[in-house]
Design a protein around this ligand. Structure first.
Ligand SMILES: [Zn+2]
Ligand SMILES: [Zn+2]
Ligand SMILES: [Zn+2]
Ligand SMILES: [Zn+2]
Length: 197
């Protein structure tokens, strides 16, 4: 805790951040002021959503009686604008992390893969004749008669109804749940990358 405070003193918020994270990971009981100081640190390194979480935690734990109550209120005010920016930005998720293009579908939201229904053969066995191409009927003299299957014209196979013979099936990308994008670990600056260079 001392180390974290010293890091904050010298404006080394990245260092303070990793000290706080180690502290949390250590499972030791955390000092009462820790969530507040961590929230201040997270604000400085632009992790606004995280900052708001720890600030709320601090206020929840200490109410009006916390030694940093005033500072906490001020931080709450300072958080408003960056949190609004995150909400309004289309380039980042609701926590403020930049979206990146899904690597599986390359942003297309769908992927083309081998047709699962026909196992990429393009044809499936005819269901009416069980693939034989013939249908049997018993006539009135109890003699079995053979007829060509009408459904498959005697071929015993039908064009795959899913891929219609293309062998490919287009389905929603599982990696990005069909959104075409994934969250990254980069904090968003809410500025569109320029494509002119
Ligand atoms: Zn995808
Ligand atoms: Zn048939
Ligand atoms: Zn198919
Ligand atoms: Zn953004």
């Amino acid at each position: 805790m001392k180390g974290a405070k010293a890091a904050i003193e010298r404006n080394d918020f990245e260092a303070a951040n990793s000290i706080f994270r180690n502290l949390i990971d250590s499972g030791q009981p955390l000092p009462e002021e820790m969530p507040y100081l961590f929230a201040e640190t997270l604000f400085e390194i632009k992790q606004y959503d995280n900052s708001a979480n720890f600030l709320n935690k601090y206020l929840e734990l200490t109410g009006f009686t916390g030694s940093h109550y005033k500072g906490a209120q001020e931080l709450q005010k300072r958080l408003k604008s960056p949190l609004t920016d995150i909400q309004q930005c289309q380039l980042c998720d609701r926590r403020g992390y930049r979206y990146k293009t899904c690597f599986t579908c390359e942003g297309k939201r769908q992927i083309e893969q081998d047709c699962n229904y026909c196992k990429a053969k393009g044809v499936v066995g005819c269901s009416r004749c069980s693939g034989s191409g013939m249908i049997t009927k018993m006539n009135i003299f109890k003699i079995v008669e053979y007829f060509e299957c009408e459904k498959c014209a005697g071929k015993g196979r039908l064009t795959c109804p899913v891929c219609e013979g293309s062998l490919k099936e287009v389905s929603s990308c599982q990696t990005c749940n069909g959104s075409g994008k994934l969250s990254s670990e980069d904090v968003c600056d809410h500025v569109e990358e320029s494509h002119e260079h």
